[in-house]
Unconditional design. Sequence first.
Length: 538
Amino acid sequence: MTPEQAGRLLKYLTPKEQAELDALLAADIQAAPWRPLPGPQTMAYESEADVIGYGGAAGGGKTDLACGLALTKHTRVQMFRREGPQLLGIIDRMAEIVGHRTGLGGKPAVWDEPVPGVKVEFGSVPNLGDESKFQGRPKDLLVIDEAANFLEAQVRFLKGWVRTTKTGQRTRTLMCFNPPTTTEGRWVIDFFGPWLNKRHKLFPSAPGQLRYVYVDPVLGEDVWIEDDDPRSFVFLHGERCYDFDPEDYRPEDIIKPESRTFIPARVTDNPFLVGTGYLAQLQALPEPLRSQMLKGDFSAGMEDDPFQVIPTAWAEAAMARWRERVPRGEMMSMGVDVARGGKDNTIIATRHMTETGAPWIDKLKVHEGKATPTGQATAGLVLAERRDNAPVHIDVIGVGASPYDILRDAKCDVYGVNVSETATSLDRTGRLSFFNLRSQMWWKIREALDPDSAIGLCLPDDPDLLAELCAPKWEMSGMKIKVESREEIVKRTGRSPDRATAVGLALFDTPKVHNIVRGGRERAVADSVLQYDPTRFS
């Protein structure tokens, strides 16, 4: 029965029956101020997942679910929107449910006991780094409303303090969102890949199904457990080991997988909105907004920024072309981006030649920053990967100088690239120049991916690489193309484009050097010329 149908029947109640109904409703509200709607909302409300993704379309009851969980299932709650003013809608809805605003105050707002025993803190993180203000503040429920508007780094940071010391109190994270409309929000598709990413190895997973994932302790990347084994484990010789004695290991070495699920919901799942005309409003929206908001279509309307250097479709097409190759073919070049400390990784990209002549980038070799604390360690990893006299291109800004020197002393064909230096070429049309070598490198990646170039570059299917390739923006500086700096990209997106930089360096087309004997003397010469520009691209 819909609310409208129930309302029409009220006029047939006698005064005594109406009083009895009012008393029952009052007792029911006192016992439970909120109950979920049948269907997706109940599925999410009762889910045992550590992290619940909910929504996908407008009108599915995302805000109500967040408020209901906070008021009936938890005691210490944090609710976030990216921008502070957007929190007003959540606060107003919670006030509607509980019927008062007593205990609400402060800036940012904190609501002390909207219902007995519950404390709700409302926060916003408009800028990267704002999340650090909430460091160390525990909560048993974290709500990220409109998660696609947040940076992935912000959400992962806030999740770090989802915990409780209260016996019997469960913890969870609720992430509500519609399909992202910008590349910055694409991370939610990979975060819930088994449900939303058609290229994911576990796609399609059923709505509400629990899937288990852990963060690789070395690389800091999500690893999904295909057999859905939720048991804790340790790593022995690089493999997961489930049969171990906990007393033999430090608690931090024992990995407990996190359970995630995604539950789609639409306006048609919400009887309170179906009869209000809201459905007609969604149906009247122009495409692709109609498919996003009405159907929750995550493949619709993903618009690139007009000044995005590399169109998402181009990068996706290059990844779709990639196939495992055994043998890999001749190694033509290497690109090395050295970790700059913190959470950065050292990335090694190798470019090989296919039978058709198209460049093929092997799966990236990712090494945690602390695994390459010295130039010697980085140089050792490079030499272990190098084959076929492949020239090595390494970013020498800062920490890259040390491994460059060591590789050069080892007689390796290595080229130091300082991307802040002057560009050395024009764009493909021969009309535009570049602000610096960094801008040239990024633009040459773009040209290698351009379908009209017929180069046919093949890239490994790597969600992090895709995100990094699609992150930079460009502008015209006078008559020169200027691409954002690494620092500007990190500030805007929350991630360093290490993988994409390594690929860009691997695309440098430096002729190989071979040792030959000529006139009784051994000398090094290039494949084709003795004097050449090491910054020339494929």
